[in-house]
Design a protein around this ligand. Sequence first.
Ligand code: M6R
Length: 605
Amino acid sequence: MCGIIGIASNKAVSSNIINSLKKLEYRGYDSAGLATLNKNEIDEKKCSGRVDQLEKMLFKNPSNGSIGIGHVRWATHGIPNVTNAHPHSTEIVSVVHNGIIENSDNLKKKLESKGIKFKSQTDTEVITLLITEQLKERQPLESVCNTLKQLKGSFALGIIFKNFKDIIIGARRGSPLAVGYSNNENYLGSDSYALKSMTNKISYLDDGDLCVLSKDKVEFYDLNKNKINKKIHILTNDQNVANKGDYKNFMSKEIFEQATTAKNCINEYTDSLKKDINIYNFPILPSNIKKITLIGCGTAYHSCLVARYWFEELTTIDVEIDIASEFRYRKLKFDTNNLYIFVSQSGETADTAAALDICNKNNMKTCSVVNSVESTIARNSNWVLPIHAGPEIGVASTKAFLGQMIVLFILCLKLAKVRKDIDHSTFKMNLSNLEKLPEAIEKSLKVENSIQLMAKEFLDAKGSMFLGRGLSFPIALEGALKLKELSYLHAEGYPAGEMKHGPLALIEEGLPVIVIAPKDKYFEKTLSNMQEVIARGGKILFITDHKKELINENIRFGIRMPSIGNLLSPIVLTIPLQLLAYHVALLKDCDIDKPRNLAKSVTVE
Ligand code: M6R
């Protein structure tokens, strides 16, 4: 899950490559590099660390070529250092790669047996060396096709050649790749977002496609060098530009714009005059839907977990949820009356995209809940429900999680209504609660000062636990995930009722335990589970929407949240947990928008 870019132009390309790489840093940020054809030589510049470093290198030592490729890396094979950074070049060819070559060890052995030496520990270098070998006797396109036929695994590639100075070759299998068109300039990029500032005309490569682009022409081929045609998409103007405004970082901006995110999303899907939900054209007749399977990764998976409780509560549809990386390898029984829903902010997550492919191959009806409507997952599903959250830049997902939950709730409510699983007054009450949600979110954000105080309790902690039951269980998981990824502190999310089956052994004097207990059918039970933790010395941080006075000497901190009804409580209760993770990370001086070892879009398996 790296980002790649290629530009063929009639002027120097390095500064546009740098600008695009900055947009692609959400895919990886442990090293960066570019190569241009400068004075008939491959001019490669790379560094470990961020694109800013690479930019500084270019200030001192410019790269003036009018054709070039660039890369931001999220290390898979080999530590993140300069040698392993991309591009990987020989004297005659230079390659950037996103993906994983699964048979690289075998290919490497074969090349080494011919006396060929490797410089890096990457899987990518085999591609460079195989193409170099092929080029001794063949033209570039044939050399690349022959090389690709030897590769197992996934890739999106950008390749330039010393002796064919007008062209960049791109290729895709498994990892996304887009082509952009402009006057006297054409582009290759991991996504359209990286190309948006240069063009709004985009084509997407499908698996097995190659492209050959020069400054005034783009041609597409299959692996057997047959020409193919591609549709050109005109991108819409995104008003919600990725810009931090007055915020310290993107994450705080994204947390604090959640009331607006909710409002936009609800407005898109509801008709306030008719008091109805604007969702039509279901891919399966609602009354025929027997089962819904919800699939996602990480935070997106947590939104599926929340939705499971909603579908169970409001509909008579059977619900199953799965983590995409597990789903894709399970021995599944497909049924045409099942609806498969794929949840993904980026729409590019490799495991989720692969799970979707499996369903498509089995002729299942698929729906995606995505933020990026131009993404692979959106394009490959039968039905798309966008979350309308605008670009989410912080690696830790916040407003997209909220948007995913809202769309899934709206879908569930509409299905419940049209299937007549609920009566009209239940529909009306839930819709009215939904309309009140943006205001409740606005109020929830006001707890920030109390959360800042709570955050200090985590500085010397060995770890922490997040507990909840029912709809608050997935929120506990999400709270723990946010804390882990942002502050690098160990955190566990657990259903509160499960503590006595093992995790209670972890409780010791002063361990922070966050108890999420809305006023629902589990409330008293959660309080009992909390007592078991108190009895063993756990330091309780209590989050509730219950009006009752609960704070006592056993509870270190209590946060009271606005009440929005049982079903929507997870959306409101997520907010203090996002703020908590944010403030702990801030106190620990962590990189909020780009936590270590992670990337925003996980495009490798
Ligand atoms: O783009 P996606 O929603 O498919 O991404 C899925 C996960 O990689 C993502 O939610 C990840 O867990 C976040 N970093 C969590 O904050």
